[in-house]
Design a protein. Structure first.
Length: 220
C-alpha cells in the first residue's frame, strides 16, 4: 500500500511541476511580433530638385518587413524593433533600414480586441540610387568623367508612432494575426549626401514614411 501511495504522490508532484512549467511558458512577460506591409515615402525638397533636372522622383510606394520584441510590465510594454524597406520606380531605388526603441500599452481594449498605441525613437539610414538613361560616351568616360548612376544617403534620428489592433491571447505560445498603421519621420532636416564625394548646395529633408502592415504576435 505504501508503494502505491508513494507512486501517487510522485505522480501528483510531477504533474504540479509540469503545470507550473506550462504556466511559466504561457505567461512569459514578453511580446514578440513579426510584420510586413506597404510603405509610402515623402521627401519634398529632394523631389523638387529631381523634377527640375528631369531625374524622376524618390519612389513613393514600396514594401517593408521587420520584427520586434518587448518586455511586458502589466499593461505597459518596453521594447525594440528593426525593419527594412525597398522602394523602386523607373529604376530609381530607395532602400531604408531602421532600429527603434519604443513604449506601448495594452490598456485600451474592448472585449477580445486590444488597441495598442506605440511611440518610439531610433535611427534610420537610407540609400537612394538614381539610374540615368540615354547616356552616351566611351567606356572610359563612364569610369572617369561621367556616370550612369548617382548614389546618395540620408541618415537621421527618427520618431515613430503607430497603432496596433490585436486580439487577447490567453494561450501565449501561439501566434495571432494583427494589423497596424503608423508614421515615422526624421526628427530634423538632414542632408542628402552623395556617396563617395563632397557636394555643395545639397537638399535637406525630413524623410517621412506612412506604413500599413499585417503582423503576427505572441505573448500578450
Amino acid at each position: 500500500m505504501k508503494y502505491i501511495v508513494s507512486i501517487l504522490l510522485t505522480l501528483c508532484v510531477t504533474n504540479l511541476i509540469a503545470q507550473e512549467k506550462d504556466n511559466k511558458i504561457k505567461h512569459l512577460p514578453f511580446e514578440v511580433i513579426y510584420f510586413g506591409g506597404v510603405q509610402f515615402n515623402n521627401a519634398s525638397n529632394l523631389n523638387k530638385i529631381l523634377m527640375q533636372e528631369g531625374a524622376g522622383k524618390l519612389p513613393g510606394f514600396g514594401w517593408n518587413a521587420g520584427a520586434g520584441v518587448a518586455y511586458r510590465m502589466k499593461q505597459m510594454l518596453i521594447g525594440g524593433s528593426f525593419s527594412l524597406s525597398t522602394n523602386s520606380k523607373k529604376d530609381n531605388t530607395l532602400n531604408t533600414g531602421d532600429i527603434i526603441l519604443y513604449v506601448a500599452t495594452n490598456a485600451v481594449h474592448a472585449g477580445n480586441l486590444i488597441l495598442s498605441p506605440q511611440l518610439g525613437f531610433g535611427s534610420q539610414w537610407s540609400t537612394f540610387t538614381i539610374q540615368k538613361h540615354n547616356q552616351s560616351g566611351s567606356f572610359d568616360d563612364f569610369l572617369t568623367t561621367q556616370s550612369n548612376q548617382t548614389k546618395m544617403e540620408h541618415n537621421s534620428a527618427i520618431v515613430d508612432f503607430n497603432i496596433t489592433l490585436k486580439s487577447m491571447n490567453k494561450n501565449r505560445t501561439i501566434f495571432y494575426p494583427e494589423c497596424r498603421v503608423g508614421y515615422k519621420s526624421s526628427i530634423t532636416k538632414n542632408d542628402w549626401k552623395l556617396i563617395g564625394t563632397k557636394a555643395t548646395d545639397v537638399p535637406a529633408d525630413r524623410l517621412g514614411s506612412f506604413y500599413a502592415q499585417l503582423a503576427w504576435g505572441i505573448g500578450r
